[in-house]
Design a protein around this ligand. Structure first.
Ligand SMILES: NC(=O)c1ccc[n+]([C@@H]2O[C@H](COP(=O)([O-])OP(=O)(O)OC[C@H]3O[C@@H](n4cnc5c(N)ncnc54)[C@H](OP(=O)(O)O)[C@@H]3O)[C@@H](O)[C@H]2O)c1
Length: 338
């Protein structure tokens, strides 16, 4: 089979399409013929050498695919064979074939294309955990979604709109009109101005009840300051560090040095809370993830979960796909097709 291999830390030239042996489904696994695979910011960070959770290189990245079950291993119901599915996987998804535990596979809704289906797991599970499970967002509350034009950002917007919260989002100005069409109430251009005073003006100085922040570094301090009483800050990434080579390493060091240190007494006295999320560390909690997935699939059926695929790149154009995200051109998801 053909697979996308991250051959080394470096720029987009480190990405190659190579032949690998076809995987064989083991006990409890199904073999999926991949139709589409999600590309995530984590894949970019892994190539840049900034993703501690990534496998040693050379490696095949890929957390999520859609496709058709081709065969099953021991102990798996053969009725899976021929079914269109979505699968979550700890790496190896960006390949023509994937052997994956059947517990990590669920049926693809007919209403979604394969590309849209591959855009669901990482973005929507992350957004669900941040907004619903840990963030406890409610109607009549306000949420600030950083990187609102990215995959997680658009997913969070769908969920926040469904809950009925007021939505604020930071994004490059070129993404604002699309975000407004998707229902964002207030878009803030955070690249040409300091977003915090703009948000405080828009909220008459009160701030918001929830901020979800994948930027990291100094932004976490500012996001904490943006909280209204009873506010929650969810931290889940360090986009600000993204860069190849020494620039990336220095950016990561700077982001770590600028992190806030939270004082329990200040949290008590200000009625605020802070939390972190790493979806990639939820593999031991399959039941929770399955329950979130069911809610998301209910949203697909009811029409309020609307995965947006910005661009699809063939495997052979993996370097262009990485560059597209790195250059901040994507609005929503980038998907790879064999
Ligand atoms: N902890 C978890 O479980 C988890 C799960 C999924 C994602 N994440 C994190 O969440 C963040 C967003 O992920 P995503 O999948 O939504 O990404 P995405 O779809 O690729 O979108 C990323 C967006 O982030 C903005 N951005 C900010 N700084 C950037 C930089 N230095 N380089 C490039 N883009 C930058 C850009 O929007 P603008 O043009 O508007 O600036 C870009 O479009 C990433 O930090 C990712 O690692 C964490």
């Amino acid at each position: 089979m053909r697979a996308i291999v991250t051959t080394a830390n470096g720029d987009v030239r480190a990405m190659k399409v190579q032949e690998r042996p076809d995987p064989v489904p083991g006990k409890g696994e199904v073999l999926v013929r991949v139709k589409a695979a999600g590309l995530n910011f984590a894949d970019i960070l892994a190539r840049q050498g900034l993703y501690p959770d990534g496998p040693p290189k050379p490696c095949v990245m890929g957390y999520e695919v859609s496709g058709i079950v081709e065969s099953v291993g021991d102990g798996v119901d053969p009725n899976w064979i021929g079914k269109p599915v979505i699968a979550m996987t700890r790496f190896n998804g960006q390949a023509e074939l994937l052997a994956v535990l059947s517990a990590q596979v669920f049926e693809k809704p007919d209403s979604l294309t394969f590309e849209e289906a591959a855009a669901i797991p990482v973005n929507y599970l992350t957004a669900w955990a941040l907004l619903v499970t840990m963030g406890g967002l409610k109607k009549d509350e306000a949420v600030l979604i950083h990187n609102a034009g990215g995959g997680v950002g658009l997913a969070a917007l769908d969920i926040a709109k469904h809950i009925g919260a007021t939505t604020f989002g930071t994004a490059s100005a070129s993404k604002h009109s699309f975000l407004k069409q998707r229902g964002l109430d207030y878009a803030i251009d955070y690249r040409n101005q300091d977003w915090l005073p703009v948000l405080m003006d828009l909220t008459s100085g009160r701030g918001v009840e929830l901020v979800i922040d994948p930027l990291g570094g100094n932004n976490w301090k500012k996001s904490y300051r943006a909280l209204r009483a009873t506010g929650r800050l969810g931290m889940f990434g360090m986009s600000v560090a993204s860069a190849s080579g020494i620039r990336g390493k220095l950016g990561a060091l700077k982001a770590v040095a600028q992190m806030p240190r939270f004082n329990p007494l200040a949290l008590i006295n200000r009625n605020r809370s802070v939390f972190g999320l790493n979806l990639g560390h939820m593999w031991g909690e399959g039941e929770k993830v399955a329950a979130w997935t069911q809610e998301i699939m209910r949203g697909v059926a009811e029409g309020w979960i609307r995965p947006h695929v910005d661009r699809t790149f063939p495997f052979d154009q993996i370097a262009e796909a990485h560059r597209y995200i790195e250059d901040r051109k994507n609005i929503g998801k980038v998907v790879l097709v064999p």
